[in-house]
Structures are given as C-alpha cells and as structure tokens.
Design a binder for this molecule. Structure first.
Ligand code: ZN
Length: 65
C-alpha cells in the first residue's frame, strides 16, 4: 500500500486528485500496484457518480421539505 491508496481509503482524495497523484508517482510504483490503485480509483468514480445522480435527482424532482 502507498500514500495514494491510504488517502483514497480515508476519503482524503477525489478520484481526480488520485489520478493526478498517480500520474506524478507511477514511475516509483510497481506495475501490479498501479493496477490496484486504478481499481480503487474506478470504485471511487462509481461512488462519486452515484452521489452526482442523487444530487441530480434531488434537483430535478425538487424535493422540498
Ligand atoms: Zn498503494
């Protein structure tokens, strides 16, 4: 595990920031580990997309209290 994995799991990085960090540090990482990081980033993107749709639906259907 590297800093990128740790930060993704601690929700300290967005998928975009994680990708940027990966780009900067990938030369120092094992190829196998790069795949593991990408897998975490993809998972994170899925979660972010879910949140985006939730927000979109809230706006579209104007749930008011
Ligand atoms: Zn890692």
């Amino acid at each position: 595990m590297c800093l990128i994995c740790v930060d993704i799991q601690k929700e300290k990085l967005t998928s975009i920031e994680a990708r940027r960090n990966l780009k900067e540090t990938h030369t120092t990482l094992a190829k196998k580990h790069i795949l593991e990081i990408l897998r975490l980033i993809w998972k994170k993107e899925d979660e972010e997309q879910d949140k985006m749709w939730e927000e979109y639906n809230r706006l579209m259907y104007c749930e008011t209290d």
